[in-house]
Design a protein around this ligand. Structure first.
Ligand SMILES: *Cc1c(COP(=O)(O)O)cnc(C)c1O
Length: 287
């Protein structure tokens, strides 16, 4: 591509995704403020990250998940020592149950919409600058936009205000892309993608705001591209990631513009534990 491409390997975090950073920081903060229990509402990487952080902090964790959550996801959270409550048909209902649970001395850890979370996510950008890499393009995936908010925060505090960010979604999870197109914080009716970790109906208000202030280019890839990118990444880097992460990789693998104008491109390899080798193979045969 005529440029250097760096991979920020967030897939190697203890909980398998970048969520550890922001969730860890938010949990640390709320426990310091006196929270005696941590409550989450995600059967995905956020729930797992809260379970991990709680175990490290020695604080009990309850993760409320909807009935659609896979047994594998539930088992992973239980392995981290957290309690799992299956309640609600959809995330919205589990979210409400979690909020009311947290009212009695606990803290609710939001999966993407919390300034403490963004502070934690920003640390990955600090590390990049501390390694003497000055990126001129950062490529990352967008679900609810917590990662995006954290990355921009990190760029700003390291003098990278002018660094371009490619914000990648799949076609069926295009909440940021849609909001930017109509220039209004609007939501999707439904999610239709294998990249379930990107499946927020509406992005955080801050993600929308920062996308307009900063040089953010919203880009879409298909599920097929995201799946193919996971497959290629597995072969090249020997690491299995979710299509939510494959989406960012696809944006580069399938990029047909020259990147020669950029010296240092950083891809946030956000990871994710939700995909098995068998699942990836099934997707590959179907797509
Ligand atoms: C949560 C998550 C995302 C999206 O992050 P947001 O902060 O919601 O935008 C992307 N990839 C993976 C693997 C995730 O777990």
């Amino acid at each position: 591509m005529g440029t250097r491409v760096w991979l920020k390997m967030e897939a190697l975090q203890p909980s398998g995704s970048f969520k550890c950073r922001g969730v860890g920081e938010a949990c640390r903060y709320y426990v310091m403020q006196g929270a005696t229990e941590l409550v989450a509402s995600s059967g995905g990487n956020a729930g797992l990250a809260v379970a991990y952080a709680g175990r490290q902090l020695g604080v009990p964790v309850t993760v409320v998940v909807p009935t659609t959550t896979s047994q594998r996801a539930i088992d992973l959270i239980i392995l981290e020592g957290a309690k799992v409550l299956v309640q609600g048909e959809r995330w919205n209902e589990s979210h409400k149950v979690a909020l009311s649970l947290a009212e009695q001395g606990g803290a609710y850890i939001h999966p993407f919409d919390d300034p403490h979370l963004w502070q934690g996510h920003a640390s990955m950008i600090d590390e990049i600058y501390q390694s003497d890499i000055k990126p001129d393009l950062v490529v990352l995936s967008v679900g609810g936009g917590g990662l995006l908010c954290g990355a921009i925060e990190g760029l700003r505090r390291n003098g990278g205000t002018d660094v371009t960010v490619w914000a990648i979604e799949t076609v069926g999870t295009a909440s940021l892309n849609t909001a930017l197109a109509v220039d209004r914080l609007t939501g999707l009716d439904h999610i239709d993608s294998v990249a379930t970790s990107l499946g927020a109906l509406c992005v955080a208000e801050q993600a929308f705001k920062l996308s307009r202030e900063h040089d953010v280019k919203s880009k879409l890839v298909t599920d097929k591209q995201a799946i193919a990118a996971c497959d290629r990444f597995l072969d090249e880097q020997r690491m299995l990631v979710e299509p939510a992460c494959g989406a960012s990789l696809a944006a580069l693998y399938d990029c047909n513009e020259s990147l020669a104008n950029y010296n240092d491109v950083v891809v946030i390899v956000c990871g994710g534990v939700g995909t098995t080798r068998k699942q990836l193979n099934d997707w590959l045969t179907k797509s």
